[in-house]
Design a protein around this ligand. Sequence first.
Ligand code: ZN
Length: 143
Amino acid sequence: MIKKRFLNQMLKKSVISLENHPEYSAFPHWTYIVYKNEIVSIGLNRKYEPPITYGYHRSDDPTFIPKWHSELDAIKKWNIRNSGFDIVNIRLNKSGDIRLSKPCKTCTKMLYFLNCRNAYFTTNNNEFDCININLQSQNNILI
Ligand SMILES: [Zn+2]
């Protein structure tokens, strides 16, 4: 379980770096990989061309333009990739307000196969929520 104080530290880190995010004017997402209570990788989403090679659709919304998702970016930057890690997703709007950043189905599937335990994510209610990746996968993806 990641403590509220640690989640808020990551939120603060995102707010500070907001203007440097490649998607600052659109939908900036951050993914922090937390392993043994330490941040071991930070991923940022962005547009990439060609999308087939460098990104993917959200499988729950095929009309959504393919993107390089922050979860994938964080995984790519983490060379060690131990099992049993957690992720923390944060999305802010341009004004720094907290927005929903629940992992999409494609990312959830990837996280499941990499043995991620929990995904914490910001909500539109100005707080963090958490999903268990195993349960999420059993209910939504593997059936
Ligand atoms: Zn995704």
